[in-house]
Design a protein around this ligand. Structure first.
Ligand code: Q9C
Ligand code: ZN
Length: 351
């Protein structure tokens, strides 16, 4: 399988995230990607390349998933942050005020002129610093997703979009959970636009893929599935329950499989079979896997107990669908193990 990696990823480098009233060092660090790249050089799975996608085509693909007003916000966010106070050039941008969603009555339709207010309007947490290079890095990641989708459309069995910042928490017009552009959704939409009728997105990150779920929630052409820590206790808390089944035309086309904190691999693996049965029944033409490695026992912010060797079996199970499959790179914060775990999964897939 060919890997497209994001040469601009280090442009996004948050310093600290807000956690329970304190600033703590960011978990989502550039070294994560470097470890995966190093492991891919040690255990090659196929060609390694950077994406070559024209800026026009890239922006068009991103705009298929994200709203114009959100993309305008992202494109100018850093300049506006610095314009608020020249000293902000030395600080990452973090929101501190949010309009609650319905039914609380706050207006999301009126765009505030105040940048701090807009920062809150387009985000859902204060753990995702926006930096000078965030927009450039995120675009580089979307380019990887688009290039990987084109691999599948050209008839390849699989492709890997290796990029950061991750994407699965980002929605049509919001960032959060360290994510700004939803790479998996951009790839999924590119596969649909390239002529594939039905695409399944099976999210195996520890955290519920709330962005991807909401983007496709009312659509029957994209089946979204997610296996994740129960949102009753785990981030992102406000979405990811089993009774969220899709809406309107998309009713029945979302499947959440929450598992309690502390879940071991045997249960996780059996749950994966439930998801794979649903993918099978959907008669998908392709599979997109937002690949988080934060299900690992050593992950500092998560609660499942998968071991490095278990990821081979995860990859083998995913391969059993026989579908063209595209992987994105999502969470995984045990930095020195993330390369091993990611490549174990992908190697298992290729067995
Ligand atoms: N201090 C992804 O895995 N914060 N995002 C948790 C830790 C948010 C995870 C608190 C976790 C977001 C892509
Ligand atoms: Zn995660």
């Amino acid at each position: 399988m060919k890997t497209f990696h994001n040469p601009h990823h280090t442009l996004h480098q948050g310093r600290e995230e807000m956690f329970r009233g304190r600033m703590v060092p960011c978990h989502e660090v550039p070294a994560r990607l470097d470890f995966v790249l190093a492991e891919l050089q040690r255990r090659p799975l196929g060609a390694l390349a950077t994406p070559s996608v024209s800026e026009t085509e890239l922006l068009a693909s991103i705009a298929r998933v994200h709203s114009a007003r959100y993309l305008d916000f992202l494109a100018s966010a850093w300049d506006e942050w610095v314009a608020m106070d020249p000293a902000n050039a030395q600080r990452d941008a973090l929101p501190s005020v949010w309009p609650l969603g319905n039914p609380h009555g706050f207006r999301a339709d009126v765009l505030p002129a105040n940048f701090a207010a807009r920062l809150g309007l387009f985000s859902f947490d204060s753990g995702s610093p926006l930096t000078a290079g965030t927009w450039a890095a995120a675009r580089g990641g979307a380019a990887c997703a688009l290039a990987a989708a084109r691999e599948l459309l050209a008839g390849q069995r699989s492709a890997f979009a290796l990029s950061r910042p991750p994407g699965h928490h980002a929605g049509t017009d919001f960032f959060g959970g360290y994510c700004f552009l939803n790479n998996a959704a951009i790839a999924t939409q590119a596969l649909r636009d390239g002529g594939l009728g039905r695409v399944a997105v099976l999210d195996v990150d520890y955290h519920h893929g709330n962005g991807t779920q909401t983007i496709f929630y009312e659509r029957a052409d994209v089946l979204t599935l997610s296996i994740h820590g129960d949102p009753t206790t785990e981030y992102p808390f406000f979405l990811g329950h089993a009774d969220e089944r899709g809406a309107g035309a998309g009713e029945g086309f979302n499947l959440n499989l929450p598992l309690p904190r502390g879940t071991h691999f045997a249960t996780w693996r059996a749950t994966l079979d439930r998801a794979l049965d649903a993918v099978d029944a959907f008669k998908a033409n392709a599979l997109v896997v937002p690949m988080g490695l934060d299900t690992f026992e050593g992950d500092p912010i998560s609660g499942f107990t998968l071991k490095s060797d278990d990821y081979f079996a995860v990859g083998e199970a995913l391969a059993s669908t026989g579908l063209p499959t595209l992987f994105t790179f999502e969470g995984g914060y045990a930095v020195d193990a993330v390369g091993t775990n990611a490549v174990n999964l992908l190697e298992g897939f290729q067995r």
